[in-house]
Design a binder for this molecule. Sequence first.
Ligand SMILES: NC(=O)c1ccc[n+]([C@@H]2O[C@H](COP(=O)([O-])OP(=O)(O)OC[C@H]3O[C@@H](n4cnc5c(N)ncnc54)[C@H](OP(=O)(O)O)[C@@H]3O)[C@@H](O)[C@H]2O)c1
Length: 276
Amino acid sequence: MKIFLAGAGGAIGRRLVPLLVRAGHDVIGTSRSEKGAGVVENLGAKAVIVDVYDREKIFAVLADARPDVLLHQLTDLNDFDYAANARLRVEGTTNLVDAALAAGVRRGIAQSITMAYAGGSAVASEEDPLDPQNIGVIALEKMLAEMPESVILRYGLFYGPGTWYAPDGEMAQQARRGELVATDGISSFVHIDDAARAALLALNWPPGAYNIVDDEPAPGTEWVPAFAEAVGAPPPPVQPGAKPSERGASNRKAHQLGWEPLYPTWRTGFRVGMKV
Ligand SMILES: NC(=O)c1ccc[n+]([C@@H]2O[C@H](COP(=O)([O-])OP(=O)(O)OC[C@H]3O[C@@H](n4cnc5c(N)ncnc54)[C@H](OP(=O)(O)O)[C@@H]3O)[C@@H](O)[C@H]2O)c1
């Protein structure tokens, strides 16, 4: 298939391009910089330099590429700027989807998150409602649904190389400063390679939303000490309590379609999957 990968130079894109190329796909990957484009080319894709806010150029590159699939892996969280990320989800996704539709692209696959479900007492499944306050996520998913076939990958918390939860990532630094608090809030993790593998498989999945998380949603009182130990930080401070939205997510649906995580649980993933 011919795949237009928006975000090929990002944390997930860099792990995904080689998988797509090895599977025989023809990949056109985006970055905003010459340097990022060089990385993308070295991984085996054809790079295009484009900023998703440049609507005219996005239309031009998609019209030129005419891919079978739009794979949207754009996020903007390097500066922890959640407003910038929400803008990217709304405006960036609008530009991508409009341009893809104009270019006759039928299938869209986009990155969403499991952390956007409304509060609840059980782990979240795909039928559960999203929190209406998550305007960016809701807009992204709604926009993508305008494509004839749309697949939404709701990822858990990424860990592994190039992510916040890597030994050199922001969360490890917080842990070393004693700022990462162990609460009763439940999180679901996914290793960055398993996230990429789900995107590869999703090329052939039926339209719909899928939680892409490991098998073991866990409270902070369990995973934070394990993460701290894995990154050489002292035992964390503990604070009872959880937000209703901290409920984790179930991966049953993705499992049923054949996605088997290489790292079924963060317990082993934090120890062996941080530098691979
Ligand atoms: N589910 C999760 O837990 C989750 C999800 C997302 C991010 N994160 C965390 O946040 C960290 C930082 O993520 P990040 O998204 O800021 O960095 P990133 O992974 O480096 O960037 C993602 C991709 O989006 C592209 N991008 C951003 N704004 C763009 C724009 N206006 N136009 C075109 N492309 C654009 C970037 O392009 P360039 O190549 O030009 O930079 C890059 O390819 C990650 O390492 C991860 O730990 C976590």
